[in-house]
Design a protein around this ligand. Structure first.
Ligand code: GLU
Length: 306
């Protein structure tokens, strides 16, 4: 991953020169957090998914094209423990990866035939629009601004924005405490925009793992993004960091699966796949095998078939 600094007026970014000296994915103490546990998986790949045998789709649909190709490219994060982390293996692991693998399985595509591409927050819409990824499963909040460019299936999970600080910092307990202070987040993310509304000086980089060293060395006082991403970093780097204010959240971040705009049949197919997994327990099992190693297993959200 290139360690490039990005900023826009929207995030009122303050850039720090030393942001580039950061750990690459997998260099942390617990590089495999987010990888599946053993057991409970009797089907294909690490998530034990049943691969659909010769599934039939209407000719000309995206499903038919992908099933015929026998492969799919899925965008995800490569540096986020619990949801999408490229550890020591050659494929990322986590709940987002499991959800992407689930959709592929219903297309008759086994785990080993999926191509994973890294989609940092700021390039997700472009990756979908350009066809670089057929699906993006990447802690990707559904919102109207993004819906103008791409479509979402889901949500398949609901997170909330939180704040991560050094473990011995008791001065920051909520977003109000960040006014005028340097706070690291990621360009093109909803948390970067939100924390600017609280008057924070947003230090914007391209992937969240690039925020860890600036927090360690005091260039920023906090990192902000979704609670589940930050919980992954806390767990990965015990005992360095903690969630501020006992993990208080101040937004709702419904995670959707991004796909090309106006491909209604494909969106319906992905939503049907999620709905079935919510109902038959597959969704809960996939969560338990991945993020559930650190986070409590929630109940499935309600789909928004807008
Ligand atoms: N869910 C938020 C977003 O989609 C933050 C996490 C991320 O950047 O991936 O912007």
């Amino acid at each position: 991953m290139k360690l490039k600094q990005l900023a826009t007026a929207a995030t009122a970014a303050v850039l720090l020169a030393a942001l580039t000296a950061c750990g690459a994915p997998g260099s942390a103490s617990n590089p495999n957090a987010g990888s599946p546990t053993e057991g409970g998986a009797t089907g294909d790949g690490p998530y034990g998914l049943e691969i659909a045998e010769n599934p039939e789709f209407e000719a000309g649909t995206t499903m038919a094209t992908l099933a015929e190709a026998g492969t799919i490219t899925i965008g995800t994060k490569f540096d986020q423990p619990l949801f999408g982390l490229l550890g020591t293996g050659d494929k990322p692991a986590g709940f987002d990866v499991a959800i992407g693998s689930l959709v592929a399985s219903k297309l008759g595509i086994p785990y080993d035939s999926i191509k994973w591409t890294e989609t940092p927050s700021n390039i997700r819409e472009t990756a979908i629009q350009n066809g670089d990824a057929s699906l993006v499963v990447a802690t990707y909040t559904i919102n109207d601004k993004r819906k103008a460019l791409i479509d979402f299936a889901g949500p398949y999970f609901v997170a909330g924005q939180a704040i991560m600080v050094l473990a011995d910092n008791n001065d920051i307990n909520g977003p109000e405490d960040l006014a005028g202070k340097p706070v690291c987040s990621v360009e093109g993310s909803t948390p970067a925009a939100k924390i600017a509304e609280y008057g924070a000086q947003v230090v914007a980089t391209d992937v969240y793992s690039n925020c860890l060293d600036p927090l360690r060395n005091g260039q920023v006082v906090a990192v902000t993004t979704d609670n589940v991403i930050l919980s992954g970093f806390v767990d990965q780097n015990e005992p360095e960091f903690k969630l501020a204010g006992d993990g208080v959240t101040f937004t709702e971040e419904p995670y959707g699966i991004g796909l090309k705009k106006d491909d209604q049949a494909f969106r319906d197919f992905v939503n049907d796949t999620l709905e079935e997994a919510f109902e038959d327990g597959t969704w809960a099992r996939l969560f338990e095998q991945t993020a559930g190693k650190v986070l409590p297993v929630p109940t499935p959200p309600t789909l928004d078939r807008y």
